[in-house]
Design a protein around this ligand. Sequence first.
Ligand code: ZN
Ligand code: ZN
Length: 368
Amino acid sequence: MRTFCFFFAIVVILLLSISSVPSSAHFFHNISSLPPPLPNVPATTGPWDAFKNLVDSNPGDKIDGLAKLKNYFHHFGYIPNVPSNFTDDFDDLLESAIKTYQQNFNLNVTGKLDEQTMNHVTKPRCGNADIINGTSTMNSGKTTPSNTTLHTVSHYTFFPGKPRWSVSDSELTYAFLPGNQLAADVKSVFTRAFDRWSEVTTLTFVETDSYSSADIKIGFYSGDHGDGEPFDGVLGTLAHAFSPPSGWFHLDGEENWVTSGDLTSSSSTTAVDLESVAVHEIGHLLGLGHSSVEEAIMYPTITSGTRKLELASDDIAGIQELYGANPNYNGSAATPSTEQQDTSGAYSVDSMWGLIVLMTVGFVLLFL
Ligand SMILES: [Zn+2]
Ligand SMILES: [Zn+2]
């Protein structure tokens, strides 16, 4: 029996390692080190660019591509699980998803695939869902106060059950997936991103060489990497992160990650600022969900070729509700919340598959 368990453990570990092969991620020290786009070759398009062909389709239409768009809305929580595959029909399910999406992203709520909406849908973004179990915590799940001019409405959100690291864990450790073999300048991007959160809270972050025991585990992966949330190549989803206390932080190794400097002068349409994405994902690792405030770090989309590093008052109010304020923080006071926050969250149920696999491996390891 013991021999069988040992054999089984080896098989599971091999399978897991095959599905989680670290990617050789693409890093560029600054924007000028990216190769220029080749002449006469169309600029690289993201995985969702084909959705732009669906602009101005109407309820009742049947158009190739609408099923894929429904899959997109399903992935981010806007369409609940359905018993069969999606069809290419512009049905009530799709119209309702579009309206909720438009509310969450402060767009005109038309229920139509207008140009403004499709430009937004195709932006690169965080892979975490905006809605879980059908309950939106972004704009569409909130009741607007009648006297909005007197109230400051905060938009920060939490995961279901409002999970957070315990107070005794105010020092959190982080480690990089050894197989990625990241250079010092790439690692320092994450150090700077962690600093932005420790500046406003009592949390501190310390790098450790022990990947297996670190609280936060950072890794670059390509495609399917074993947690049910495959990456999709250049642009599309850029990264995702799990709620406390799992600490898993995954980034798409196929992006063109830029580690420093201004990106706005870039002729590349695919450059993504690593630090901007890291600051956002650390917010998830600490317990924040997505926010409808466009200036907030926790807003789900980012335009490629831009940098967004400063925590907004909405982010600060959210993280301080979870961990309290850093007494040494002398920045502008966080906007107080005037609205009861609900705690439905921002992570797709599908990701639980990854946790189940990891728990299975942990259990099997007990036999070794
Ligand atoms: Zn996110
Ligand atoms: Zn992942």
